[in-house]
Write a protein that binds this ligand. Structure first.
Ligand code: FAD
Length: 436
């Protein structure tokens, strides 16, 4: 990649030391590295792949994600970014346009950009900020002290899989859904909490690539069960001649796994021919991946290790959105670590590090708890169709309320009545115990 890959010197099995090691350079890891480096910390960012590289995703950012990019100083006016004005929801032969809210603290537009470019840009930003990036570095496990506290990680570096140890008093696990480091530290996924699956494919579509709205379909069928898909489909314009088309869902344990390929075929067969979403216009294979949601791996801080993004199950159970969440959590993690490292090693620093999990629970705990219940009781059984009934589709107020609830675009303090109502509903959800 153009940011010098900087793999450790050949034969350097003794490894390297830093103040913080970050495992994984997706949105979570690169964002954490940016904020840590800006705080003046020596940070090693370890990535098993190289850039640019692909990542299975819908490539869509709501204004919440745009907000994070602006905070990081990413130039979103540069070429390559594609703006969205809002969402178009399609259900039961009807469609509605919902513009992103314009009166809150978030920007009033969303963005799309392929993860191939997006992740490359972010990691470059981290390297420019001063993070020491090591690509081709696959982390294989934690290094711990006698008390079981993490003090670094082991990795295989380069094609010859040279073993190298990277040491730091604090490690951030940002390696995505695999959550390898977290698992090796005994942090298992909570099987009761949601794990969705989704698949996407790129198509060349002159008709749809410049659509100013993100399009979402709520009335898809699962080809295997013949029932409503317990999720939704999307067509996200990329503005470069392509669209990102995909679908995902939260399969209910009673109904078994989803047939994403078959369900996509069923859906595409319904779409107008002139959109060109056909085999000959496909620009990639169909690829799928898991979406760990609703804080499904906890605690998010334990014995020197912070879990950020998909590694901590931070995808929204309401929408399946995870990029903004990964970046926001990464900023909180970086700030927490920077403050904690001003304290001497020991109980004081430990308490300061523990604040990360507390802060994430404070920000999203109730909202995710409610989302997990709605996901289990509604989305996984009947999908989104009942929410988008004739009455909702005909009422701008109901639509805006639903849109803001699903995309977490409420403001605090409330910017208007819709925010007030939603904030009150979420406040009424019990906070739960420490591990909830
Ligand atoms: C089909 C699909 C569509 C989606 N659509 C959207 C969408 O439109 N908008 C949205 O906001 N979210 C979407 N998501 C969710 C989003 O992709 C994730 O939430 C987001 O990528 C999480 O970022 P992350 O940095 O935590 O993890 P990742 O993006 O997975 O990054 C993890 C990084 O760690 C590296 N890594 C892994 N293991 C190791 C190791 N052992 N050693 C070193 N490096 C390692 C990986 O190579 C990768 O670079 C979608 C997900 C799927 C599956």
């Amino acid at each position: 990649m153009s940011t010098q890959p900087q793999t450790p010197e050949t034969g350097d099995t003794a490894g390297e030391e830093a103040q913080v090691v970050v495992v994984g350079a997706g949105p979570a890891g690169s964002t954490a590295a940016v904020f840590l480096a800006r705080a003046g910390l020596d940070v090693l960012l370890l990535e098993k792949g190289d850039f640019p590289r692909d990542k299975v995703c819908g490539d869509g950012l709501t204004p919440r994600g745009v907000h994070q990019l602006v905070k990081m100083g990413i130039d979103i006016n540069a070429p390559g970014w594609n703006r969205s004005r809002g969402m178009r929801w399609v259900c039961g032969g009807r469609e509605v346009l919902i513009d992103w809210p314009s009166n809150g603290r978030y920007p009033d537009f969303g963005l799309t950009r392929s993860r191939h470019d997006f992740d490359h840009l972010l990691v470059q930003h981290a390297a420019d900020a001063g993070a020491r990036l090591r690509v081709g570095t696959k982390v294989t496990g934690p290094v711990t002290d006698r008390a079981g506290r993490i003090t670094g990680v082991t990795a295989e570096v380069g094609k010859d899989k040279r073993p190298v140890t990277f040491r730091a008093p604090v490690v951030i696990a940002a390696e995505g859904a695999s959550a390898r480091t977290a698992l090796a530290m005994g942090l298992e996924r909570d099987p009761v909490r949601p794990l969705a699956t989704a698949a996407r494919r790129y198509y060349r579509s002159a008709a749809r690539t410049d659509d100013p709205y993100l399009e979402l379909w709520a009335d898809l069928r699962c080809s295997r069960t013949g029932r409503d898909l317990p999720g939704y489909g999307w067509i996200f314009p990329l503005g470069d001649g392509r669209v990102n088309v995909g679908l995902g869902g939260l399969p209910h344990r009673k109904h078994g796994p989803l047939d994403l390929r078959g369900s996509l075929d069923l859906w595409l067969a319904r779409l107008p021919e002139e959109w060109g979403l056909t085999e000959e216009n496909a620009d990639s294979p169909l690829r799928s991946a898991a979406l760990p949601m609703g804080f499904n791996r906890r605690p998010q801080y334990s014995r020197g290790l912070l879990l950020v993004g998909d590694a901590g199950g931070m995808i929204s159970p309401w929408s399946g959105e995870g990029i903004a969440q990964a970046m926001e959590a990464a900023e909180v993690a970086a700030e927490t670590v920077a403050l904690a490292l001003t304290r001497p090693a020991g109980p004081q620093r430990e308490r300061a590090l523990g604040r990360y999990a507390e802060e994430m629970t404070r920000r999203w705990g109730r909202y995710y708890r409610l989302g997990n219940v709605v996901g289990d009781q509604v989305f996984s059984r009947v999908g989104y169709r009942p929410l988008l009934n004739r009455r909702t589709m005909a009422s701008p107020v109901l639509l805006n309320t639903l849109a803001r609830l699903l995309t977490h675009l409420t403001d605090q303090p409330a910017a208007d009545t819709i925010d007030s109502v939603l904030n009150t509903v979420v406040r009424l959800v019990p906070a739960g115990g420490r591990r909830r």
